[in-house]
Design a protein around this ligand. Structure first.
Ligand code: SAH
Length: 367
């Protein structure tokens, strides 16, 4: 799509951001990976999400709700069930973090019509930083009169059902590498050719880090941990539940999982800041620990394939295919396989739920 100034995204603007970062590094020294991600994704002029609406077959990457409508529908029914388990409050905040094109929530709300009292109770809140994506969400979800926020802590009080698909992977991370003399932060500096390049901070890392052998890399996502803590505290105080679906590790922690994707392909993440989506794998164990310590009950993570299968993906797909032509029903079946097969999205992607400690098990997480 065209940038705010009319230039094509990914052409003239990206070089300017790289030049600006290079100048900043020359003046003030290497920057952390988190500072780099913040600039590359959110720079007001050249940031990836400031300029692009990247999600879908014609964009840079595809997500589960864009693969099949069944994904958002099942999550809507999952929330309807939890709403009943919460005692069917007359109003409930339904909040999505990073709704992208708005597809998940559109499918969620359509499915919620099977429970009209739940549908009537919903007050829709969206947490979205990207102006380009807010504009798309406005079109897709206008009927549900959403209220937008920059951050989760701007939500009004009340019982909450929160969903977030591929949100945590977009939060800025810091990386540390273990050398013989201990942990050092991996920062971004400038190499002999004048290109952005990883450098190791000569000073020892101040953060407490695990006792791993030399050569290891560890990632920290401070924003994800702050989110886990504040959301857990809120759920404990005001009631409700949250569902996070993302790609990541459990158990164990990632090594170097920092990656860039553009036009459905891996891309050098330091090459053209602002032109590609930057992400890291989610460290589910650390996220879950932070939420549990702050008072939420943690469920899972479950592999996405197991979770969706337990929610009735096969039946829903069959019903959707009823009366369709053979090619149409084959496409529905193929999309559903893509969501659940381990070699595709079924096992790298995981679902993790947080609930008020008194709620019974949410659907899909056993007992
Ligand atoms: N959930 C959607 C989109 C995933 S892409 C889907 O599954 O298709 C990540 C989304 O999170 C985008 O909408 C992006 O703009 C938003 N986002 C990323 N970091 C954010 C932040 N710190 N605050 C608010 N929104 C953010």
């Amino acid at each position: 799509m065209a940038g705010a100034d009319g230039t094509a995204a990914g052409v003239s603007g990206d070089g300017d951001l790289r030049a600006r970062l290079a100048r900043r590094i020359r003046e003030a020294g290497p920057i952390s990976l988190a500072e780099y991600m913040e600039a590359a994704l959110w720079d007001k002029q050249y940031g990836y999400y400031a300029m692009h609406a990247p999600i879908g077959a014609a964009g840079d990457f595809i997500t589960a709700p864009e693969v099949s409508q069944v994904f958002g529908e099942l999550i809507g029914l999952w929330c309807a069930d939890l709403w009943r388990k919460m005692g069917a409050p007359g109003t409930v905040l339904v909040c999505e973090l990073g709704p992208g094109n708005g597809t998940l929530m559109k499918d969620f709300l359509r499915a919620a019509r099977v429970a009209p009292e739940f549908r009537r109770a919903i007050r829709l809140h969206l947490v979205e930083r990207s102006p380009a994506l807010r504009a798309l969400q406005q079109k897709t979800l206008a009927e549900a009169t959403p209220v937008w926020h920059e951050r989760l802590d701007q939500l009004p009080p009340g019982p909450l059902l929160l969903v977030a698909n591929e949100f945590l992977d977009a939060l800025p991370i810091r990386q540390f590498e273990r050398r013989k003399d201990g942990w050092h932060e991996r920062r971004i500096g400038i190499d002999a050719q004048g290109d952005l390049a990883f450098v190791s901070d000569p000073a020892p890392a101040e953060a407490p880090l695990p006792d791993w052998p030399a050569g290891s890399i560890v990632e920290l996502c401070p924003e994800a941990l702050m989110l886990a803590r504040s959301l857990a505290a809120r759920l404990k105080q005001q009631g409700g539940a949250a569902l996070f679906v993302d790609y990541g590790y459990f158990p164990g922690a990632p090594g170097d999982s920092f990656q860039a994707v553009s036009r459905h392909r891996r891309f050098d993440p330091l090459k053209e800041p602002g032109s590609a989506d930057l992400t890291a794998h989610v460290d589910f164990a650390t996220f879950a620990q932070a939420a549990a310590k702050a008072g939420a009950r943690v469920w899972g993570p479950a592999a996405q394939g197991d979770f969706l299968t337990a929610l009735g993906l096969a039946e829903r797909a069959k019903r959707l295919a009823a009366g369709k032509t053979t090619p149409e029903s084959q496409a529905i079946a193929a999309a559903c396989r893509r969501l659940i097969e381990p070699a595709q999205m079924g096992s790298l992607f995981k679902a993790l739920a947080l609930t008020h400690p008194a709620l019974p098990a949410p659907a899909g997480f056993g007992s």
